[in-house]
Design a protein around this ligand. Structure first.
Ligand code: NAD
Length: 264
């Protein structure tokens, strides 16, 4: 327990269960003294999220489906009424129809393209606008992305396109809110076994391939991602905005599989 985040309050969106990346961040931020509000998508997740909220002493647990702007407004109205101001927000939300996270990207439908973009990309802009209105003394926002935004990952398809747009949004939002001392960054995590991660076809193969070929020869944990999110939310990162920060055991620096893999 430290006090890097003592006196700071913030919102974490995207905890589904104890495997969620957002939960790794919630634990790291709470261990450094942050007061945290959590959102959950629908009552089935609510039943899982409430006991986790108790573990970190989180009093505010608010339903939110980002497809419904009224529920998004309600989250920030609740935060305004309860706290007045906030210091940080983590957006760890993504969705695409599983049936299109396999096969060819070219087969993506118009309907699923729009829905994937809305939930996985535009919702961060909608959240950022509302959160910035409550950040009177500056603040920090982080969203979650994946290497499939910049290089082709089999089956990641439309989600890779949405993550590319999300990463571009990070840069535009950083420029929008920088003059108000509000920083906007993304963490690009290596594959983690989560509900969302399992939606991508052949996820297990990708997970094992990245473990064998990343410089550190291991997979990414939610605790490692949580540590990076903590850094970006804290004053240690006061000069950092518009960045895509990789937490992937170094996988993104490789241009080809490891020699161990090639010789096997
Ligand atoms: P997860 O399934 O634990 O979390 C995804 C969250 O998105 C869930 O809490 C779900 O309720 C929420 N969500 C989906 N649609 C929503 C909606 N309409 N309204 C509100 N919430 C909604 O999986 P995760 O892997 O922890 O995902 C968190 C973030 O990390 C996502 O943006 C994901 O793309 C990203 N990410 C994941 C990996 C990985 O390998 N798991 C790697 C890099 C980035």
């Amino acid at each position: 327990m430290g006090d890097l985040m003592a006196g700071k309050r913030g919102l974490i969106m995207g905890v589904a269960n104890h495997n969620s990346i957002a939960w790794g961040a919630a634990k790291a931020l709470s261990a450094q003294g942050a007061e945290i509000a959590l959102t959950y998508q629908g009552e089935a997740f609510g039943r899982r999220v409430r006991p986790l909220a108790e573990e970190i002493g989180s009093r505010l647990v608010i339903p939110c489906d980002v497809e419904d702007t009224a529920s998004l407004d309600q989250v920030f109205e609740t935060l305004k009424a309860e706290w007045g101001t906030i210091d940080f927000v983590l957006h760890a939300i993504a969705f695409s129809d599983k049936s299109e996270l396999k096969g060819l990207y070219a087969d993506t439908t118009r309907e699923n393209f729009s829905r994937t973009m809305l939930i996985s990309c535009f919702s961060f802009t909608e959240v950022a606008k509302r959160a910035a209105a409550l950040m009177h003394n500056g603040g920090s926002m982080v969203t979650m992305t994946y290497g499939g935004a910049v290089r082709v990952m089999p089956n990641y398809n439309v989600m890779g396109v949405a993550k590319a747009a999300l990463e571009a949004s990070v840069r535009y939002l950083a420029a929008d809110f920088g003059p108000r001392n509000i920083r906007i960054n993304a963490v690009s995590a290596g594959p983690v076994r989560t509900l969302a991660g399992a939606g991508v076809s052949d996820a297990r193969l990708m997970f094992n391939f990245q473990r064998r070929n990343a410089p550190m020869r291991r997979n990414t944990t939610i605790e490692e991602v949580g540590g990076a999110v903590l850094y970006l939310m804290s004053e240690l990162a006061n000069g950092v905005t518009g960045e895509i920060h990789y937490v992937d055991s170094g996988y993104n620096v490789m241009s080809m599989p490891s020699l161990d893999e090639l010789k096997a």
